[in-house]
Design a protein around this ligand. Sequence first.
Ligand SMILES: O=C(O)CCC(=O)C(=O)O
Ligand SMILES: [Fe+2]
Length: 352
Amino acid sequence: MPGLMTGITIKADGPRRVDLSREDFEKGSYSAMNLQKALEGLHQDGMVVLRDLVDPNHCDALYNHMTGDRDRILQTNYKDHKVYNQGVKFIVANILQCPPFTKSELLFDDVYFNPFVIQVMNAYLGDNPKWAMTTGNNALPGTGGMRQPVHKDTRFKHPKCPFVCISNIALNDFTIENGATEFWLGTHAFTDEREQVLSTPDTVFQEQTAGTPTCFIKEEVVEARRLVRPPVMATMKKGDVMLRDFRCWHAGMPNSTEKDRIMIAQGWMANWYANYTIRFKLPKSKADFFLGTARGKKMEIIADLVSDQEAEDFQHRDNFRWEQTHFTEYYETAQPNYSYTTAATLPLLQKA
Ligand SMILES: O=C(O)CCC(=O)C(=O)O
Ligand SMILES: [Fe+2]
C-alpha cells in the first residue's frame, strides 16, 4: 500500500559506528550501551566500525614502514603477476601485505591486543577467542577501475553462525576515492555455499578440489540482493577498526589516488569452532611481546614460535586455513538456510 509510505524518510544505509567515549577510553572497555551498539552492527549488518581505537602515531609508523616495503613484496610475491588477490588478475591492484612482527619499534599493544576489540570479540564469538591469523590489504595507488568481484573469504561450507571475525585497522583514512571496502550489509545472516560460484579445474585454489565453492558470489544472487539492500562503502578514519563477520559479502575497491590505502587484518576464531590445525608464525625473538602481553587476557594465540627469517617468509601470503577439521560430515546433512534471495527476490529481479 503505497499510501502507507507517505511521510517516511529513509535514512541512507551505511555501517554502524561506535564512538569511543572518554569514560570508556579511561576504563579500557566499552560501557554496556556501546558494547550493545557494536554487537548490533555485527548481528544485523555483519560488520561495524569502532572509532578511534588505535593511536594515529602507531598507524603512521606502520603505514610508513609498509609503503616503504611494498615494492619489495611486489617483486618477490607478485613478480609474474600470476598471483592475484580475489580475482583481480594479471594487473596487481590489491595485495596481501602483513605488518612486520620482527621490529620492536613497530609492535604496539593497541594494534595486536586492543582491549575494545578483545571485549567485542568475546561477546560476539564466545569466551576466549583465538587469534589465528594476521595479514593486511594494500589497495595500491593508481588502480582506478580495478575492483574485486563481490566475495566472501571462505572457500568451504561454513557454520551458519558467527565463527570467525576479522578486525581491520585503517592505517590511513579510507575514502571513496582511495578504495574504502565495499560491504553488502546483512548478507552474513543467510549466506551459504549455494550462492558461491563453484571452482573448475582452471580456477581451483591450492589443495582445493574442483567443484567446491570459490569465494565469488554468483552474479544473479548479487543482483537479486542489490534490489533488497544495495552495497555501501565503509569509509574510516586512520585508527578506526572495522570488525567483520567472515560470512559477510564484500569487495576490495579501486584506489584512484596516488597513495597506498592500507589496513591490517587480525583473524579471530571462536574457541568452540572445530578447526584444530590452523596456526600462524610469530618470531621467537619477540615472544615476550606477543605471549607476554596476551597473558591474563581473555584470548588465546595459536602460533608457532620460529626464527625471524621463517616468520618473515610466512608473511604476505594467503596461508591461513579456516576450514573445520573435525565433524566435517555434519555439513552433508545440515539444514540449509532459508534462502530468501532466490525464493523471494528472483521474481522481482525478473520483473526489473
Ligand atoms: O582491501 C580491501 O578493502 C578488501 C580486500 C579483500 O576483501 C580481499 O583481498 O579479500
Ligand atoms: Fe575479501
